[in-house]
Write a protein that binds this ligand. Structure first.
Ligand SMILES: NC(=O)C1=CN([C@@H]2O[C@H](COP(=O)(O)OP(=O)(O)OC[C@H]3O[C@@H](n4cnc5c(N)ncnc54)[C@H](OP(=O)(O)O)[C@@H]3O)[C@@H](O)[C@H]2O)[C@H](O)CC1
Ligand SMILES: [K+]
Length: 440
C-alpha cells in the first residue's frame, strides 16, 4: 500500500477540504501522537515542547491524551499560541506550562515546536536547547517533522536532533523521504487523521509484478538486449541482474566475448536492434565514449533504459522525446544533462521528466522516480551499503527486465528501485554488486 506524500501547501489545502473541522483534525493528530508515543515509549515520563503554531497545538492535545494514558506529562511552551486552533488546544490543557528555556529534561521528549510551517532556521538558543533536551532524553518523538527540517525540500535549516520516531499527520511530506531530513526522522509512522490525501506523489511500496503466463516462452517473458561497451564487467552485472529479474531472454551484443557471464545470457557480435522481439534495450553500463551505440539504440522503437555513460552522451534531453526511455542518472549525471535546475529534488526530477519526455530515476540515498505526467515516487530508505561500485548497473538491469516483462515505464522504474533496495537488505552490509544480483 503506497503512502501519499504532500507538500506543506498541498497539506493545507487537504486540511481545508477535509470533511471535519480543523479543531477535530488537531484533536485526531494529538490522539495519534499520544498513541504512537505511548506505544513506543510506554509510560516513560514525558516533556512535551510546544511551539507557537498548530504543531504546538498538536502538542497540547497530545499532552492531554498522554495524561489519560497514565503518563506523567509536563508541557513547556516556546511562545504563546499564535493561532486560534493552537490557542484553543492550549486552553484545553489544564496542567502547568513551563518555560521552554528552563524546563528540565525528561526520559521521553515530544517535539511539537514546528512542523510544516517552519520558514527559517530556529534561533540558535532554541535549537541548542532542543538538542540539549534531546540529548538528555532516552527517546525523542517528533510531531509531523523534527523541528528545524523544511517540509518540502528536506533541508535542515538549523541543527535538528535525530528523532527515534516521527508521527506524520495526514500524509508524508517530501522531507520524510528526502535527504538530509530523512536521516533525522527515525521510524516513521503515518497517522490517519481523517484527511483524504489524493496526490500523484507517493512513497514506493512493494510492486505487483506481471505474472508468468502458463504458456510463456522466452520472448513473451521479455527479451532484454544489452549493448556492451569498453568495460564489460558493468554490462555483465546489468545483464545478470536482468536475467535474475525475470527477463525470459537476455542478449548482450559485444565486440569481444565477456568472461564470467552466465551461460544462459546470450553473447552476440551483432547489435540487431531492429529485432521486433526486443522488450527493452539497455545501454550505458560500461559503455565508455561510444556515442554511436547510443545513437544506434535511439534508432530503435523498443523501450529503453539509458544509464551511466550513455546519459553523458545524450547531449540534449530533447533527443529522448518519443523514445519510450527510462533514464537512471545519479546526481552528477543529472546535473550534467539537465543543468542546475531550480527547486527541490522532487521539483527537479519532475522538470527533467517533463523536459525530456523520459521517466527519470534520480538516484541517491533518496531516489525519486518521476514521470512526464507528473507522477512522482519516493523510494523508502535503502541500506547505505548500496553505495558501492556496480550497484547502479544492477539497478538498470532490474528495470530493463521489468520493462521487457511488460510493465509500463514508470511502474517498471518504481518496481525496480523498490526491489533493488530490498535485495540490498537481503544481501547485507558486506555485499558487493555481484551479491546484489544473487539476492534478487
Ligand atoms: N496535517 C494535518 O492535518 C494537521 C496538521 N497540523 C499541524 O499543524 C502544523 C502546521 O502548523 P503551522 O501553524 O502552519 O506551522 P508550525 O506549527 O510548524 O509553525 C508555524 C509558526 O511558527 C512560526 N515560525 C516559523 N519558523 C520559525 C522559527 N524559525 N522560529 C520561530 N518561529 C517560527 C511561524 O510564525 P512566523 O510568522 O514568525 O513564521 C508560525 O507562528 C503541522 O506540521 C501539523 O503538526 C494541525 O494539527 C492541523 C491538522
Ligand atoms: K515537530
Amino acid at each position: 500500500m503506497t503512502r501519499p506524500i504532500l507538500t506543506a501547501a498541498a497539506m493545507r489545502d487537504a486540511e481545508a477540504a477535509a470533511p471535519v473541522d480543523l479543531a477535530t483534525l488537531m484533536e485526531q493528530a494529538g490522539q495519534s501522537l499520544a498513541e504512537a508515543a505511548s506505544r513506543f515509549a510506554g509510560s516513560m515520563p514525558a516533556l512535551v515542547l510546544c511551539g507557537p503554531g498548530n504543531n504546538g497545538g498538536d502538542g497540547y492535545e497530545a499532552a492531554r491524551f498522554l495524561v489519560e494514558r497514565g503518563v506523567a506529562v509536563r508541557v513547556a511552551a516556546l511562545a504563546e499560541p499564535a493561532t486560534d486552533l493552537a490557542r484553543a488546544a492550549h486552553n484545553r490543557w489544564t496542567g502547568p506550562i513551563e518555560a521552554f528555556d528552563t524546563a528540565a529534561p525528561a526520559p521521553l521528549l515530544v517535539d511539537c515546536l514546528f512542523g510544516t510551517g517552519l520558514k527559517r532556521g530556529l534561533e540558535d538558543a532554541v535549537s541548542q536547547r532542543l538538542c540539549a533536551l534531546a540529548g538528555e532524553a532516552n527517546l525523542v518523538v517528533a510531531a509531523d517533522l523534527p523541528s528545524g527540517v523544511e517540509a518540502d525540500s528536506g533541508a535542515i535549516l538549523s541543527p535538528v536532533p535525530a528523532a527515534d520516531l516521527t508521527v506524520a499527520f495526514g500524509a508524508l511530506k517530501p522531507a520524510h523521504r528526502l535527504m538530509p531530513a530523512m536521516a533525522r526522522t527515525g521510524r516513521l509512522v503515518l497517522a490517519d487523521i481523517g484527511i483524504a490525501a489524493s496526490t500523484d506523489w507517493f512513497e514506493l511500496a512493494e510492486p505487483v509484478l506481471p505474472p508468468i503466463a502458463a504458456d510463456a516462452h522466452k520472448y513473451s517473458r521479455g527479451l532484454v538486449h544489452a549493448l556492451a561497451g569498453t568495460m564489460p564487467g558493468a554490462i555483465a552485472l546489468a545483464a545478470s541482474a536482468a536475467a535474475r529479474s525475470g527477463a525470459g531472454y537476455v542478449r548482450v551484443s559485444t565486440g569481444a566475448p565477456i568472461a564470467g557471464l552466465p551461460l544462459s545470457i546470450v553473447q552476440t557480435g551483432d547489435a540487431k536492434l531492429s529485432d521486433p522481439r526486443i522488450g527493452c534495450i539497455l545501454v550505458g553500463p560500461g559503455l565508455g565514449e561510444l556515442p554511436h551505440f547510443l545513437t544506434l539504440a535511439l534508432t530503435s522503437r523498443a523501450p529503453k533504459v539509458i544509464d551511466a555513460d550513455a546519459i553523458a552522451l545524450v547531449g540534449d534531453p530533447e533527443r529522448l522525446r518519443g523514445q519510450d526511455a527510462i533514464l537512471t542518472p545519479h546526481a552528477g549525471e543529472f546535473a550534467k544533462l539537465f543543468g542546475d535546475l531550480p527547486g527541490t529534488k522532487a521539483e527537479q526530477a519532475l522538470a527533467a521528466a517533463a523536459h525530456s519526455g523520459a521517466v527519470i530515476v534520480f538516484k541517491g540515498p533518496d531516489t525519486l522516480v518521476a514521470a512526464p505526467d507528473g507522477r512522482l515516487g519516493f523510494a523508502p530508505p535503502a541500506p547505505a551499503w548500496l553505495a558501492s561500485a556496480g550497484t547502479g548497473d544492477v539497478l538498470s538491469g532490474i528495470i530493463a527486465a521489468l520493462r521487457a516483462r511488460g510493465m509500463p515505464a514508470f511502474e517498471a522504474a518504481c518496481a525496480g528501485v523498490w526491489r533493488h533496495g530490498r535485495a540490498a537488505e537481503r544481501a547485507g552490509p558486506s555485499m558487493i554488486a555481484d551479491d546484489l544480483v544473487a539476492a534478487l
